[in-house]
Design a binder for this molecule. Structure first.
Ligand code: 13P
Length: 249
């Protein structure tokens, strides 16, 4: 059974005071929902966020991690460090990590494996650039991103994978993929996974859409059969907007 999920990627926003204030407001306003609701504050505020949400249904997740268990990797964070403070889910492969921090498919494959080896759940992000879509290469590109990072996993790994399709041209631009474009790509992703693994895996994996999801467009995007929720950037920083998006699912 795939889950409905609404996750907020706070990126490099909100200091400790801002994090606490937003978490308090979100907890107070969270509606009764069957969907999983997740937030990912920045690393330095994760432990605090876990404490703050210990009686809440909102899960705290991390934005990134390193693939090594420990060692001389200045500035990096390991899976065990996350687990140790109560974080069980990590976002891997965000386009900003790929674009600004040189994360290649090869690095991402290692990160995915390291997270899974530590029994963590992975929210794997991928998506095409505008040029890929304009040239009609978007399906090939997405297929290769999935293949390079995920297709050598065991079947048993898949219950711990969440996919987040985030077309780069729709991130932070206010321009969202149309519900039809999102559905078309999500159906393609499911078909690609069915071919590489099996139909059960493909039917059971949650596929989120990310890229300028707002209260005004969430319901229509979420109504598509292969869209299981959203990974929300800007709108996740405003409690009322994020809550409205949770209600939309
Ligand atoms: P926006 O919702 O701000 O477009 O960001 C999407 C995103 O990158 C979530 O990871």
């Amino acid at each position: 059974m795939r889950n409905k999920i609404v996750a907020g990627n706070w990126k490099m926003n909100k200091d400790l005071t801002g994090t606490e204030a937003l978490l308090e407001e979100l907890s107070a306003k969270l509606p009764d929902t069957n969907a999983k609701v997740m937030v990912s504050p920045t690393f330095v505020n994760l432990a605090n966020a876990v404490q703050k949400l210990k009686d809440s249904k909102i899960e705290v997740i991390a934005q990134n991690m390193h693939f090594a268990e420990n060692g001389a990797y200045t500035g990096e964070i390991s899976a065990n460090m996350l687990l140790n403070i109560g974080i069980n889910t990590v976002i891997i492969g965000h386009s900003e990590r790929r674009a600004y921090f040189g994360e290649t498919d090869e690095i991402l494959s290692k990160k995915v494996k390291a997270a899974l080896a530590n029994n963590m759940q992975v929210m794997f992000c991928f998506g095409e650039e505008l040029e890929d879509r304009k040239s009609g290469n978007h399906f090939n590109l997405v297929e290769s991103q999935l293949k390079n990072a995920l297709f050598d996993l065991d079947l048993a790994a898949w219950p711990n994978i969440i996919l987040a399709y985030e077309p780069v041209w729709a991130i932070g631009t206010g321009e969202t993929a149309s519900p039809e474009q999102a559905q078309e790509m999500h159906a393609f992703i499911r078909k690609t996974i069915a071919e590489a693994f099996d139909t059960d895996i493909a039917e059971n994996v949650s596929i989120l859409y990310g890229g300028s999801v707002k209260p005004g467009n969430a319901e229509e995007i979420f109504s598509k059969p292969d869209v299981d929720g959203g990974l929300i950037g800007g709108a996740s920083l405003v409690a009322d907007d994020f809550i409205a998006i949770v209600k939309a699912i």
